[in-house]
Ligand binder design. Structure first.
Ligand code: 5AD
Ligand code: SF4
Length: 454
């Protein structure tokens, strides 16, 4: 059997797309392998969001070129596909920069992978077809779903119309498109029937979801979540990534009314200065963000909030950065991703004259990350002593242990005796390490056994 190795960079959307590509290629007789050495076909599913992410791909392609050449000497063929957002952004240029690549395919064209592979060297597809690309992909097979575990991503929306001035997404993923409610429910049923317990709805702008409902009218994400909560077997729902402008009343109310919707919200704010937020074209102020957070916390007081930050956006002064630090102290996030601004070709901010020096960016990032990390640790320590439901997902760190997630997406290790992956068990949190919590779950006989942190 021919083997494919798929490596994904970047966001959850790419993780989901990689699974769909694996499904298409399975239908073509490719089995999956976890090591590039065994692969006849190598697919790099790339990310273009920051320069570092995009550059990583070219160094990986350098290594693959050596391997491909060595094999060619032995008369063995290796095909290389460049997929994802770098493919979309750079197109034909990739063949020039990296002749090792045989096929270039953008995120909206994965259904055409078999035809592109047959066409061979130099084949490219970076179109944005009008139809739902997922319709053209093979339906999810129970055995393939099972092999991927008890949690799953489900794409409900793709693309973005917001045009933040730093961001490539509107160019790489195209205009905002929502899938229909019927298709999403169908996929959710397939996942649940194959043993999935937790679904994370994904989209570049997931809370802008407005897919067509069975009645022909557009449904909001809040309404969709209510329908998904009714799918038998699905115990937990999450969604990511959201924009503050689209946190509507129905979605906030779902955090109050829907027990299946986990108390967790990733809501990128990027910066705390109104001047910078305006220059980023975020179309909200820092105080408007604070008020949204207040409303979400009123609906669901224990909600874990996480965010994304960019430091050193063009024109960011010391005072602007201090405003970001104040916002961080006000909200106290349970976790966050933070980045130095990276100018991306074709985006408005990249051409701005007042770029911030690299050294200033580094200094600001270090200061910001120190506070974000302190708040993350404080959040985790705050759960010690509480009993939280944990969905067991996989084998734990040590033999006999199982690992799972709390409602707040914290990883927990417990003693696995008498438990199975897919179970949701109450766990008394005993200790918080830097990346994992340790807890005790009641044994079948009702006694509590503690997982060792050693
Ligand atoms: N530079 C740095 N960070 C960026 N992000 C998006 N574009 C850029 C950029 N040009 C960050 C944002 C976004 C996250 C996915 O990546 O914080 O929310
Ligand atoms: Fe990266 Fe954005 Fe593409 Fe995801 S959608 S892979 S974050 S560029």
């Amino acid at each position: 059997m021919k083997k494919v190795f798929i490596k994904s960079y970047g966001c959850q959307m790419n993780v989901y797309d990689a699974e769909r590509m694996a499904d298409v290629l399975a239908a073509e007789g490719y089995g999956q392998t976890g090591s590039v050495e065994n692969a006849d076909l190598v697919v790099l599913n790339t990310c273009h969001i920051r320069e570092k992410a995009a550059e990583k791909v070219y160094s990986e392609l350098g290594r693959i070129r050596v391997m491909k050449e060595e094999r060619a000497l032995e008369g063995r063929e290796t095909k290389v596909v460049l997929a994802g957002c770098v493919a979309q952004a750079e197109g034909r240029e990739i063949f020039r920069r990296a002749p090792v690549v045989d096929v270039v395919v953008g995120p909206q064209s994965y259904q055409n992978l078999p035809a592109l592979l047959r066409a061979g060297r130099g084949a490219l597809d970076t179109e944005f077809p009008a139809d739902d690309k997922f319709d053209a992909l093979p339906a999810l097979e129970p055995a393939r779903i099972k092999s991927r575990g008890v949690t799953a991503f489900l794409t409900v929306q793709e693309g973005c119309d917001k045009f933040c001035t730093f961001c490539v997404v509107p160019y790489t993923r195209g205009a905002e498109v929502s899938r229909s409610v019927a298709r999403i429910l169908d996929e959710a049923h397939r996942l649940a029937d194959a043993g999935v317990r937790e679904i994370t709805l994904i989209g570049q702008n997931v809370n802008a979801f407005h897919g067509e409902g069975p009645d022909g009218s557009p449904w909001s994400l809040g309404r969709l979540l209510h329908a998904l909560a009714e799918v038998p077997g699905i115990a937990r729902l999450r969604y990511t990534t959201s924009h503050p402008r689209d946190m509507d009343e129905e979605l906030i109310a779902a955090h109050r009314d829907l027990p299946a919707l986990m108390p967790y919200l990733h809501l990128p704010v990027q910066a705390g200065s109104d001047r910078i937020l305006a220059a980023m074209n975020r179309r909200h102020t820092a105080d408007e963000y604070r008020r949204i957070i207040d409303r979400v916390r009123t609906a669901r007081p224990d909600v874990a909030l996480t965010s994304d930050f960019i430091v050193g956006f063009p024109g960011e002064s010391d005072a602007d950065f201090e405003a970001t630090m104040r916002l961080v102290e006000d909200v106290r996030f349970a976790g966050a991703f933070s980045f130095k601004y990276s100018p991306r070709p074709g985006t408005p901010a990249a051409d701005s004259a007042d770029q911030v020096p690299e050294a200033v960016k580094s200094e600001r990032l270090a200061r910001l990350q120190e506070r974000l990390e302190a708040h993350r640790q404080a959040f985790n320590h705050g759960t010690v002593g509480r009993t939280l439901d944990v969905l067991l997902e996989k084998a734990g760190r040590h033999p006999g242990q199982l690992a799972g997630k709390t409602p707040y997406l914290q990883m927990v290790q417990i003693d696995g005796a008498g438990r199975a992956v897919g179970d949701i068990v109450p766990v008394r949190i005993g200790a918080a390490g830097s990346n994992s919590l340790f807890g005790e779950a009641p044994a079948a006989d009702g006694t509590w056994t503690e997982a060792s942190a050693a």
